[in-house]
Ligand binder design. Structure first.
Ligand SMILES: [Zn+2]
Length: 188
C-alpha cells in the first residue's frame, strides 16, 4: 500500500483551506516540486540522521508499541533539532490515535493556539514535516513545498513511489477523499 494518506493529507488540507479562504494552493504534487529549493544548513543532515536511526518512513500496522514509542521519540527529537536550526520555539509533539492503518495519518494536525503537533495513524515522517512546516508559520502551499521537497531529497525512492501512486488522473478523487479526512486546526 503506497503512502496515499500523506499526499491526501498535504493536498486535502490545502483544498479545504482554499475552499474556506479562496486562497492559493497546489493543484497537484508536481506543481510544488522544486529541486532548487534551499534548506537551512543542518536540515537535510538532521533528516538523514533520522532516516539512519529509523529505517522506514512510516509505521506499519504490525509494529509493536515499543517500535511506535521509539519512532515517536525520534520524531520528537527531529522536531527539536529542526526548531533549533530555525530558531523557533519547539512545538509540543503529541501522540494521537496510532493505528498504523493506510490512509490514517491524514488526520494529523498542527494546533496553532497550542503550538502543538498531534500525530495520528502511521507516524509518517512526511506528515511530521508537513505539520512542522505549519509550526514554522507556513501556509498550505508553502508547507507542502517545504515538506515534499525535503522528503524527496532524503527519501528519493519512497518519493518516487508516492508519485506513481498519484498518477492516473486520480487527483479529483484524492482531493475529495482527502478533504473528508481533514482535521486540521485553523491558522498557518
Ligand atoms: Zn497542512
Amino acid at each position: 500500500m503506497p503512502d496515499e494518506e500523506v499526499l491526501l493529507h498535504a493536498i486535502s488540507q490545502s483544498v479545504q483551506r482554499a475552499r474556506a479562504n479562496g486562497g492559493d494552493y497546489p493543484e497537484n504534487v508536481e506543481s510544488v516540486i522544486d529541486d532548487e529549493i534551499a534548506y537551512r544548513r543542518g536540515v537535510i543532515p538532521a533528516l538523514k540522521q533520522f532516516k539512519k536511526h529509523i529505517k522506514t518512513h512510516r509505521l506499519s500496522k504490525h509494529d509493536s508499541p515499543e517500535i511506535i514509542l521509539r519512532r515517536f521519540n525520534a520524531m520528537r527529537t527531529l522536531v527539536q533539532v529542526l526548531s533549533i536550526i530555525y530558531q523557533k520555539p519547539v512545538p509540543e509533539v503529541r501522540l494521537g490515535v496510532i493505528t498504523g492503518e493506510p490512509g490514517s495519518s491524514g488526520s494529523s494536525c498542527y494546533i496553532p493556539a497550542m503550538h502543538t503537533i498531534v500525530l495520528n495513524g502511521r507516524l509518517s515522517v512526511l506528515t511530521l514535516l508537513h505539520e512542522f512546516a505549519h509550526a514554522l508559520g507556513k501556509d498550505e502551499k508553502a508547507a507542502c513545498k517545504w515538506s515534499l521537497n525535503l522528503f524527496k531529497k532524503v527519501y528519493p525512492r519512497q518519493f518516487r513511489r508516492l508519485m506513481q501512486a498519484n498518477e492516473g488522473g486520480e487527483d479529483s478523487h484524492f482531493l475529495t477523499a482527502g478533504a473528508a479526512n481533514n482535521n486540521e486546526g485553523s491558522g498557518a
